[in-house]
Design a protein around this ligand. Structure first.
Ligand code: 13P
Length: 275
């Protein structure tokens, strides 16, 4: 199955109006030429309008880093999926481990946020991943399975149909690889991505073939090719390297080439010349 790669920058708690303008302008110069990869940036809420203004019609998407589990009401400081959608967002990250680690987000809360995102017409990028202790304790698959259960079985038919309609994305982000400079090996990541795809197939085989499962955790220009060449790694969720225009562009270029290589490999070879 040929899936178009997706590379998303997660800017986390970084940026200023001036820095963003420079970075977004640079991305706008380079990324639209890459037709074989979808690209996007997820910025702090307060910069969504800026992203919308700069990136409108560029082909580069933008999104939020979270949305509230509530839709409306007396919830000071919360920002709803519907509000975010008004700023032209395509994506929102949900359940990032930095949110889970602060004990702000259980699997149940993450699922509520996911549902709100889907009902607002956003494409959720739902994050899963194990800590180092969990990996060392041979529990990585169990943990990821638990996080995925809500997505696979916790959504009713209507919500699952929305997940398909809005092309829900799963991000496998091993916690030990985030911001450490130590990425999962391509084989480790591939194994987990195939496992996640298999879980989606338990609910819907066809969607499992289409859903994009992206990798996050110290992806950088020097390791992007080996990771993105794996059959079940459909892109990247990039933290630190997304803040450096040249690095993010290089990763997007690599993803773009990966699709071209895959396409060439899938094309039947021309018939042997016979006299
Ligand atoms: P780094 O690329 O900095 O490891 O961050 C990954 C991440 O958390 C993306 O959501």
């Amino acid at each position: 199955m040929k899936r178009k790669k997706l590379v998303v920058g997660n800017w986390k708690l970084h940026g200023s109006l001036l820095e963003n303008q420079r970075l977004l302008n640079r991305l706008k110069q380079e990324l639209p030429a890459l037709s074989g990869v979808d690209t996007a940036v997820c910025l702090p809420f307060v910069y969504l309008h800026q992203a919308q203004t700069v990136l409108q019609d560029s082909g580069i998407g933008w999104g939020a880093q979270n949305v509230s589990q509530f839709t409306e009401g007396a919830f000071t400081s919360c920002i709803s999926a519907k509000m975010v959608a008004e700023f032209g967002c395509t994506y929102t990250i949900i359940g990032h481990s930095e949110r889970r680690a602060l004990k702000l987000e259980s699997n149940q809360v993450a699922t509520k946020r996911l549902l709100n995102a889907l009902h607002a017409g956003l494409t959720p990028i739902f994050c899963v991943g194990e800590t180092l202790d969990e990996r060392d304790g041979h529990m990585a698959e169990l943990i990821v399975r638990n996080q995925m259960l809500n997505v696979v079985y916790g959504l009713d038919d209507e919500a699952f149909a929305l997940a398909k309609k809005f092309n829900m994305v799963i991000a496998y982000e091993p916690v030990w690889a985030i911001g450490t400079g130590e990425h999962a090996t391509p084989e480790q990541a591939q194994r987990m991505h195939a496992f996640i795809r298999m879980m989606v197939a338990e609910r819907d085989r066809e969607f499992a073939e289409h859903i994009r499962i992206v990798y996050g955790g110290s992806m950088a220009p020097h390791n992007a090719h080996s990771l993105l060449s794996m059959p079940d790694i459909d892109g990247g969720l990039i933290g630190r390297a997304a803040l450096v225009a040249e690095d993010f562009i290089a990763i997007c270029q690599t993803a773009n080439q990966c699709l071209a290589q895959k396409t060439a490999a899938l094309e039947p070879s021309p018939p042997a010349f016979s006299q």
